[in-house]
Design a protein around this ligand. Sequence first.
Ligand SMILES: [Zn+2]
Ligand SMILES: [Zn+2]
Length: 209
Amino acid sequence: MSRIILLLSALLGLAISPAEAADELKIALQPLGKVPADVVEKARGYLEQIYAVHVEVLAAKELPASAFYRPRERYRAEKLLDWLEANTAATLTKVIGITAADISTTKGEVFDWGIFGLGQLGQRPCVLSTFRLARGVPHEKLLLRTQRVAAHEVGHTFGLEHCPTPRCTMNDAEGKVATVDAENGQLCEQCRARVPIAKISPADAPGPR
Ligand SMILES: [Zn+2]
Ligand SMILES: [Zn+2]
């Protein structure tokens, strides 16, 4: 009897370690249209630094015609989210569309407002676009911005709202790329506390806490 109890507790001990459970979360990047491989890889690697997730990169797909907004010749972000929800394996905890095409959504009075990305609280898909991040900057800067926007949109899908802490990657960019540039790319302590799988990444670790 006591041997059975010991064995049971040993098994449970192995099964319920939160770190191990979190490591099993599978999320995926879905390139939509042509996206440079190093841009996708930067987002993939960074998401694994910020969150305890395994990120796979899916084979690129064409941008869906259902999301195309002809008057502005760009893609509606919420329709891309619908498409991602319907066209990716439900076994993926999250799926992040990534595209070089311009994307837009409705913001207040403006029906079609160009954006960097869109993620809705607690939903499975989110999407980001490098179109507005790439303009007039060296490629290295585009990579840095891409990883920050990826961490931000995925943060929304894990339930994080916009955060007022200076330089937190959940700052509301309000369409300004300067806000993205001012971020430190990290989740602040309060944001990390709200998302159990958020990691303390090396860049954020030094100094007294
Ligand atoms: Zn946001
Ligand atoms: Zn924060």
